[in-house]
Design a protein around this ligand. Sequence first.
Ligand SMILES: [Zn+2]
Length: 254
Amino acid sequence: MISEITVESLMSLMDAGNGRSDLDRGQLLLAWGYREESWKTLSSLPLGARARRLLELRRAFFGDQLTLSARCPNCGAPFEFATNIGEILAADLQEKEPTSQIAVGTAILEVRPLNAHDLTLLPSSITAEAARKSLASRCLVTVFDEDGREINMPEMQSLQSDWVDAVDNLLQEQDPLSALIYCLDCLDCHKAWRAQFDITDLLWQELEVENAIVIEEIHLLAAHYGWREADIVAIPPVRRRSYAQHLRERTQNG
Ligand SMILES: [Zn+2]
């Protein structure tokens, strides 16, 4: 269940996430939005389940409509399109098995979904290719031969590239919400590309804007009426917003 959001908790969230990585911010957002659940449960969620909760949190706070923006990687033209959260979540309604299998040559690979903990274990200086290999190796649970007998798991270093590709594709299929990917076509230069969007980043930016508005409101009310921050924060949000609006209009009208 999504927790009740207060102005104090929003301000503390922004303080806690200041200068932190996207992964840490995602975890902070989950702990903030789903206070009944333990930190450990939230950090071990598969990436798709994590994205689902962040999308639901975003919908509870800012509504279902979502505008995504990107830049063409070829000519830099700006790109903006509207989608909605209900539609994104609908892509992922089927019940999930904890693991799934894929055949590569004569081997059958059994794979579990990625979670945020897997990502935190990656060294920060790792190349994209090495990261793909390391994550594929973490998610590979068991390997069977063509007769269904379990065979020895290869070391991460000796993982074949066709296995890495197969695991990678399966992870996407198994957990479609783990990455929000759209295939876009540039209207200016006709380049086609796959744009990836990060719900943590989107939601964090929106909350930063909201937080900045709240701080401006506190400033206006404190400066004009001499009220204390704690008292202003305790005013119901709709009333606080109309006080601030009233003060802004008075200033504009001179
Ligand atoms: Zn372009």
